[in-house]
Ligand binder design. Structure first.
Ligand SMILES: [Fe+2]
Length: 199
């Protein structure tokens, strides 16, 4: 579906920066975003590629570049999960899957004036309190660059933590397939990166 050319096997051998270029070449084809997704990417790329995925060495990818690796892993899991599930899931739009996979955690870069994570001692990062959740900041960036979202895309990003957080109640039993797929792909990637409790 998404990675027919290059194949998923080739994708797994690629460096993150090359893979991100492949993803954004796809997104550039989407007429509703015109060049807005590309403008956003140009402006956040450096921060996105140097931010960690979490602030704690006990959690996942707490190191520079962790966010990019995590986000690409989620795109790959979205592809795997969609391919393995019901045939009608193949109707997912490629650009929706890429957008949700790559940008669900974009808020982890913080806001324009300040990074969310600040390096601390012993490999930890402290996380700023911007008064907005990470998903809300992800959506802030997309709105700032006029990357128009469909309701299912908005829901998928806003509620990608699913029922792990109180806000998830807003979409309980009302999730789109895209939202559920992103949630499971994200958590599967996170556990792969963090380490599963039973190996
Ligand atoms: Fe994530």
């Amino acid at each position: 579906m998404i990675f027919q050319d290059p194949s998923i096997t080739e994708i797994r051998k690629m460096k993150p920066a090359t893979l991100l270029d492949v993803c954004f070449a796809w997104m550039d084809k989407e007429p509703r975003w015109q060049s807005n997704a590309g403008r956003l990417w140009d402006d956040v790329k450096e921060r996105f590629c140097t931010a960690p995925a979490s602030g704690s060495p006990k959690f996942h990818l707490c190191r520079p570049g962790g966010l990019a690796i995590h986000s690409l892993g989620v795109v790959q899991n979205l592809e795997r999960f969609a391919s393995a599930m019901a045939e009608d899931l193949a109707s997912f739009k490629t650009e929706s899957v890429l957008l949700c996979g790559l940008f669900h955690d974009l808020g982890k870069i913080g806001l324009p004036a300040k990074s969310h994570y600040t390096p601390g001692s012993n490999g930890w990062y402290s996380a700023a309190n911007e008064g907005l959740s990470v998903p809300a900041m992800s959506l802030y960036w997309l709105g700032k660059y006029h990357v128009e979202l469909e309701p299912a895309e908005y829901q998928a990003i806003m509620h990608h933590d699913g029922q792990y957080v109180p806000e998830g109640k807003w979409c309980q039993f009302a999730e789109s397939r895209l939202a559920l797929l992103l949630h499971y792909a994200d958590y599967w990637s996170t556990m792969d990166e963090k380490g599963w409790p039973n190996g």
